[in-house]
Design a protein around this ligand. Sequence first.
Ligand code: HEM
Length: 306
Amino acid sequence: MFIESFEQIKKDFDFTEKDENRIKELKPIMEKYKDEFVNRLYKFIFKLPNATKYLNNEEVVNRHREKLKEWYSDLFSGRYDEKYFEKLYKIGEKHDKLGIPTHYINATFNFIRRFFIEKINQEFGYSRERNLYVESLGKLLDINLDILTKSYIEEEITKYAGLSKLERKLLKVSNRFANFLDLILLMALIMMSFFVIGLFIYDIYEVLTGAVSIEEGIVKTLGSLLILWAVAELMGEEIKHLQGGNFPITAFISVALAAIIRKILIVSLSPKDSKTLLSYGAILLALGIVYYLITKKSKKEGIFEH
Ligand code: HEM
């Protein structure tokens, strides 16, 4: 539901009848760029990392392209009444329900603004007229963005407002605690990486002092490097998680893979340990299958060749 009336929203953005008339003047000029708009917008949207998670098959894409054309026509219709605002709100609600990040909507609007400025510049050159068109269309685009992202904000507010005082407090405390645990994890990983660097230096020391053969020394050093790489990966993912991203389970599997590969490298040096080598091989195969299945599933959900 709207908090402000659509007339008030127009007033807040200083969007007057003059602006409406200017946009109506733009309508016949912009009509010829509709197809180019949708094609270029789609190129832009598909560069967003997870766009294919939402626009995940040809049918949805085609429907969306048609809807974008409709939105484009409405934008230049010159009729910005209650019906227009309600339609925008519903579009916002749909994106919100699909879980499309507001960041994507904001970024896409930035592209849309640049597209329109490019076309107005092409048509009117650098003139006073051009400035007035850019100004009026800019206001309308900002109103669009405001309404499209309104339902996102309202949903957050209603979710939060629906909680009791105690629940809100509990939510805050548990959030802080979860962040604290994440920080401890990160610190533990930093400590861990120092140990692995120590192990790496020790491996080199053993080769230099002749405590182990060169062949064994090189294999052990490579194994430590592998573990160091896995710890760095884990740290990178944990940092992303602290910044609000998801933690991929595959990060843990890569660490386990690195550890097993290191073991295999070491055991492979002694021909007597063939049974141990076989069991490590079986673990490696199992981990590899799990890793493959998880990445295949996330690819299916996230990547759609267009
Ligand atoms: C910011 C400019 C955008 C505009 C103007 C726009 C416009 C629309 C419109 C008009 C609809 C139909 C809503 C309805 O059925 O009620 C829609 C649906 C949808 N939009 Fe967008 N969209 C935009 C950005 C995006 C982005 C960035 C994504 C994804 C990365 C996206 C994904 C979708 C999807 C998946 C649907 C549902 C399609 C279906 O199954 O019918 N949109 N959009």
